[in-house]
Each structure stands twice: as C-alpha cells, then as structure tokens.
Write a protein that binds this ligand. Structure first.
Ligand SMILES: Nc1ncnc2c1ncn2[C@@H]1O[C@H](COP(=O)(O)OP(=O)(O)OP(=O)(O)O)[C@@H](O)[C@H]1O
Ligand SMILES: O=C(O)c1ccc[n+]([C@@H]2O[C@H](COP(=O)([O-])O)[C@@H](O)[C@H]2O)c1
Length: 226
C-alpha cells in the first residue's frame, strides 16, 4: 500500500531535566516545539511529557523529587496536551535518557567528556531525533558544526530559534528566592504558592549534594558507565 504523502508523523515530545522548580520557560519549550513542528507541515504533536529526574541524580541544590513532581503537576494541570510522568523520578537509581526535547545547554552537554554514553546519544539521534530550543546566548548551530556526532545526525536535529528570548532558568528562580525577591510571572502562580507554603528553597537547600560528583560522571568513575 502506498504511503499517504499528506499523512503527518505523530510526535510525542519528552522533556527531561531537574525542574527544580518548573518555570514558565519550561512550559514555553513545549509550545515553541509544537508550533515549530506543525509549521513544517510534516508532524502532528499529540502529547508532551515532563519527566523530572530522580533524587539519585544528586545535582547540587536538587530538592526532593516529590516536591519537584508535585510542582510540575500543578503547573500542567490546565494543559490539555502536556503531562507529568513520575516514573523516572521514582526510580532509586539515576537513569539514562533516551529521547528528548531540550534546551541547547543540554545539547551542548553532549560534548562534555564522559557525561553521556556515546551509544545513548547515537540512539537518541538516530532512532528518535531531537527538538532543541536555543537559549539566549548559545550558538547552537556552531556547536553542531563542531561536533562530529551531532553533524552526522544533523538532519534529525530540529533547531528552534527562540525569537522572543526569555532567559528564565531554575537556577535564577532559586537565587531570587534566596534573596527574598519576587518570582511572580516567572513560574505559574500555583507553583509559586506551593514553594512559599512549603518553604522549599533556601541557602540550606542549595547546599544539598554540594561536593557530590553528578551521577553520570560518578557512574563513569566506578566503571559501570561507558
Ligand atoms: N530559558 C530556556 N530556554 C531554552 N531552554 C530552556 C530554558 N530553561 C530551561 N530550558 C531547558 O529545559 C530543560 C529542563 O531544564 P532544567 O530542569 O535543567 O532547568 P534549567 O532552568 O535549565 O535549570 P538550571 O538553571 O538549574 O540549569 C532542559 O532541556 C533545559 O535546556
Ligand atoms: O542519559 C544520559 O547519559 C544523561 C547524561 C547527563 C544528563 N542527562 C539528563 O539530562 C538532564 C539534565 O538536567 P539538568 O537539570 O542537569 O540540566 C537530566 O534529566 C539528566 O538525567 C542524561
């Protein structure tokens, strides 16, 4: 049977990360990627999934997965296509990522020695593809030219230039909170209320996992990775 050339490929977008806490920009990533893919005329985005990383990732300042998942769920409650999956966050071991929607800092992290397994990057690129939203100040295109593996699979990388630039990051949200500054209009109101009610971010919480080597690198150091 001949394939229908007008049939659009259905796409599920998966975003991994700490979401510590989730911000309006994380939610914008999905809208930007969906608009971009629809404008190509080839894809139909049917679902978006947010998968917060588990506590075993041990990134500095990472508060408990329970809180991070709850905030992500509150933030997506009124979305009709983006939802939160807590499977990854509830695993006792840190897990490798296999397909994704990401910001360009994550794409650039592919180049950090021993952080990602080469076979994982290859699988993501070859079998699933990647939608990358460029972050203000990042020259992602140049990075793709300079990386052999990214260059090889460049046709599977959808680079979305974010022309309404917005440099919100979770790090900046936590910093503002430590300084007693307002985070209103930077994260969804329900997330802001949850952070305040549970007094989630402080100088103490920022010190969590201080001095711990990130899980992927640690795995590598013990020889179980690569
Ligand atoms: N302003 C932004 N523009 C483009 N991508 C972003 C932006 N903020 C976050 N992302 C992307 O969202 C995903 C999840 O990010 P993560 O949870 O690490 O948040 P973050 O804001 O980057 O956190 P941190 O400040 O702690 O690094 C990653 O793919 C990251 O690149
Ligand atoms: O799969 C891997 O090898 C891998 C290596 C490094 C990072 N990751 C994922 O990338 C995400 C990075 O999140 P963050 O908050 O550190 O920017 C997080 O979801 C990690 O699990 C995944």
């Amino acid at each position: 049977m001949a394939l229908d050339p007008d049939k659009k490929t259905e796409v599920v977008l998966l975003a991994c990360g700490s979401f510590n806490p989730i911000t309006n920009m994380h939610l914008r990533l999905f809208e930007l990627a969906k608009d971009y893919l629809h404008e190509t005329g080839k894809y139909k985005v049917i679902k978006g999934i947010i998968s917060p990383v588990g506590d075993a990732y041990k990134k500095k300042g990472l508060i408990s997965a329970d809180h991070r998942v709850t905030m992500a769920k509150l933030a997506t409650n009124n979305s009709d296509w983006v939802e939160v999956d807590d499977w990854e966050s509830s695993q006792s071991e840190w897990l490798e990522t296999v397909k994704l929607l990401c910001g360009s800092d994550v794409l650039e992290s592919f180049g950090i020695p021993n952080l990602w397994k080469l076979e994982d990057i290859t699988e993501i690129m070859q079998d699933y593809g990647l939608v990358c939203i460029s972050r203000a100040g990042n020259s992602t295109q140049k990075f793709i030219y300079e990386s052999d593996i990214l260059w090889k699979y460049k046709n599977n990388i959808h680079l979305v230039e974010e022309w309404i630039t917005n440099d919100i990051s979770s790090t900046k949200i936590r910093r503002a909170l430590r300084r007693g500054q307002s985070i209103r209009y930077l994260v969804p109101d329900v997330v802001r209320a949850y952070i305040e009610k549970n007094d989630l971010y402080s100088a103490e919480s920022e010190d969590r996992n201080a001095g711990v080597i990130l899980a992927p690198l640690q795995k590598n150091a013990t020889g179980s990775k690569n």
